[in-house]
Ligand binder design. Structure first.
Ligand code: ZN
Ligand code: CA
Ligand code: ZN
Length: 577
């Protein structure tokens, strides 16, 4: 206890009140408890003895710091950058644990989206803190005579209500309520819809109340970003060419409005590289997918909110029926996170947490991306490109050569079917229940560069001309593939340590695991975000005797491959304190 208080006091001393960066709470500036009397008597609560508040440090909490908080009954229920944590705590927590100038109350007015303030009475999503039991959440609404509208597609912790402005004001006084924002018409109508698993960090998910988590890839102020993208593992449910094309259209939509450029890379673990991964269930990060329905995808925010190489990576739930989902719409939303955007409160925005079928960005999304990156004069997205490099998805001849310039994605390629003359495409009508039609029928277009080095495509075939005929292969395009050969990727698991995020005081760590493959695993290799690389001992039962750990976070990525070059990978995040 003594040691813990000393640590906090040090942190407090380093964070003079004026030097503390403002927390990125969306709707209002939070009040430091130390600037007021430390009184919470105005807060309504149905959770005897517990309260939510925010604790801000001068640097991210270490695993040991989290452990010490938990010894005092403090639970972290959300992240609030920079270096802030939404906590659930005993109401009588010692001020030594919660220094008043680093502890923030969450006033009722901060829980209302600016959109609510504008809207008055209507339909809203009430987001409860994740530790509030569903039954308690509903009883708070019932006791205030608020109508709950049932909807099976809501995220846990979200409740859809119809309420007057006065009722919304009243429930915002409850400690259990985190945030209130407008419900989309799809949710009100009960149109089947799905939800984003959220912008995430390895430290935790990001609540709706978080305005932004960082400054984007370009650092402070609106600047330029040159990013890469790589297809790490795709789904066999969709044609690989169409999937590549839909993803590139999504990229082009963002780069059309801000100074962001994308080039394709064959190295998914490179820096500043947005890796696209389809995976099911547990897939190596702390956010296992939930099977069919609900969460379709999640995306890791840019560095430094996340360490490389996972920063900017987009994960899609392989357990979904991707033939009935518009991949373009989901990818467009997830790319917003990969560029640094959080969720929007505006139902019309692409970045609203519940997906809808769209053809392009909304004005709100365009405005948001221009807060992070410099303005770019948009062009109609269906305008034929000026003579430029071929817009070809790269299928490299061999392992990536860093010296190879990656192929540019043409942001104005002719196959972009955005509405002509409408920089922000109108939102499409809701997806009808039942299989969606292919969202963006690819217009068979003449190749935009006659020199495209590929065999002519059959007329009428949706073309991404340079891709060899591997349409059904879930590609890991970083390896040459033997035509007609083995396409089954190995399976890979880490058996030690037991969790994929671990804390230690040791300067090195051993890692062990198992890997299986239909034709045999030929090699298990590993690398870290600080440049260490190696080959594990063994294959089926593999072992890495010693990975050096610096103070702070080390991300170890382990890759198993078979003779045909199919790969599987897992990451492990080790925090050394
Ligand atoms: Zn999202
Ligand atoms: Ca799912
Ligand atoms: Zn994931």
């Amino acid at each position: 206890m003594k040691r813990w208080i000393a640590v906090l006091s040090l942190a407090a001393a380093a964070m003079g009140a004026s030097a503390t960066p403002a927390l990125y709470w969306r709707s209002a500036r939070l009040r430091a408890a130390g600037n007021q009397s430390f009184s919470e008597s105005h807060i309504l609560s149905r959770s005897p003895g517990r309260l939510h508040s925010v604790l801000q440090f001068d640097q991210p909490l270490t695993a040991e710091g989290r452990r010490r908080l938990s010894l005092h009954g403090v639970r972290i229920v959300g992240l609030l950058p920079p270096n802030g944590y939404v906590i659930s705590r005993p109401a009588m927590t010692d001020r030594g644990v919660l220094p008043p100038h680093a502890t923030y109350l969450i006033p009722a007015e901060a829980k209302l989206s600016p959109q609510v303030a504008a809207a008055g009475s209507g339909n809203y999503i009430v987001s409860f803190h994740p530790d509030v039991p569903a039954a308690l959440a509903r009883s708070i609404l019932h006791e205030n005579h608020i109508e709950i509208r049932e909807n099976p597609d809501l995220l846990p912790g979200h409740v859809l209500i119809s309420a007057s402005r006065e009722q919304v004001d009243q429930i915002s006084k409850y400690d259990e309520v985190a945030y209130v924002f407008p419900a989309s018409q799809d949710l009100v109508d009960g149109t089947p819809t799905a939800v984003c698993g959220g912008p995430i960090t390895l430290e935790g998910p990001i609540g709706q109340y978080v305005a932004r988590i960082g400054e984007g890839w370009d650092g402070q102020g609106p600047g330029n970003a040159s990013l890469r993208f790589a297809f790490l593992q795709l789904t066999s449910q969709l044609d690989v060419n169409e999937l590549h094309q839909a993803f590139k259209r999504a990229l082009a939509n963002w780069s059309n409005y801000a100074q962001i450029d994308f080039t394709e890379s064959a190295e998914p673990y490179g820096l500043k590289t947005l890796a696209v991964l389809f995976a099911r269930g547990s897939h190596g990060d702390p956010y296992p997918f939930d099977g069919p329905g609900n969460v379709l995808a999640h995306t890791f925010y840019p560095a430094p909110a996340n360490p490389e190489p996972i920063a900017g990576d987009l994960h899609f739930d392989e357990d979904e029926d991707w033939n009935s989902i518009d991949f373009f719409s989901v990818a467009l939303h997830e790319l917003g996170h990969a560029l640094g955007l959080g969720h929007s409160d505006q139902p019309a925005a692409v970045m609203y947490p519940y997906y809808k079928r769209v053809t392009g960005l909304n004005l709100e999304d365009i405005d948001a991306i221009r807060q992070l990156y410099a303005f770019r004069e948009p062009r109609p997205l269906d305008e034929p490109a000026p003579p430029a490099g071929p817009s070809i998805p790269a299928i490299p001849e061999g392992p990536a050569d860093p010296a190879d310039p990656a192929l540019p994605v043409n942001p104005t390629g002719p196959s972009l079917p955005a509405t002509p003359g409408a920089p922000s495409g109108p939102v499409m009508p809701p997806v009808p229940s039942g299989p969606a039609e292919p969202s963006n029928p690819v217009t068979p277009a003449p190749p935009d560069n006659p020199a495209t080095p590929s065999a002519p495509t059959a007329p009428g075939v949706p073309s991404t001309p340079s891709v060899p005929s591997t349409p059904t292969i879930p590609a890991t395009p970083d390896e040459p593939r033997k035509p007609g050969g083995d396409t089954t990727a190995p399976s890979l698991s880490i058996t030690y340590p037991f969790n994929t995020t671990v804390g230690t005081m040791q300067p090195t760590s051993a890692i062990r695991g198992v890997a299986f493959d239909n034709t045999g695993v030929t090699e298990v290799s590993w690398s870290t975000n600080d440049g260490q690389t190696g080959v594990a001992q063994g294959t089926t039962f593999w072992s890495i005797p010693s990975v050096k750990l610096r103070i702070g976070i080390t991300v170890v990525t382990i890759c198993a491959r078979d003779a045909a070059g199919n790969t599987a990978w897992r990451s492990l995040v080790v925090t050394r304190i």
